[in-house]
Design a protein around this ligand. Structure first.
Ligand code: ZN
Length: 128
């Protein structure tokens, strides 16, 4: 159980990771374009190789806490069968990808043992 009397955990934005495979790659590329347009977020390129804790191809985008209420409902309605991980950016990336994670669709078994605790600066949302 989380101890609610402790310091609240600070969230510095969120990542969404959209997973795909060879059969859904074109579909993921199209969704990526739609996301960039509809949500005004910066999407990274499709990553066809396993990357960090992600054992299968995916692309990622970053969004702010203020954008959460727009982005997450949009993904709920428009992910179109693709599996999506939404995780916060706290000071503990391991927890972010496990106990704090939200999945839309089916969870992917992440390689949590490969993770560093912190994030690189470019992994945070750009201040607007
Ligand atoms: Zn991430």
């Amino acid at each position: 159980m989380t101890d609610a009397t402790k310091e609240p955990i600070k969230i510095d934005g969120y990542h969404a990771h959209v997973y795909f495979d060879p059969a859904t790659r074109a579909h993921a590329a199209q969704l990526r374009e739609t996301i960039a347009g509809a949500l005004g977020v910066e999407c990274r390129e499709l990553s066809d190789e396993p990357r960090g804790p992600h054992p299968v191809p995916q692309f990622r985008f970053t969004f702010t806490s203020a954008q959460f209420q727009t982005v997450v409902p949009w993904l709920m309605l428009n992910r179109d069968g693709l599996d999506v991980l939404v995780h916060p950016l706290t000071d503990n990336s391991y927890d972010d990808h496990s106990r704090y994670a939200v999945w839309l669709g089916n969870p992917v078994a992440l390689r949590l043992n490969t993770m560093r605790r912190g994030y690189r600066p470019e992994q945070y949302p750009t201040p607007r």
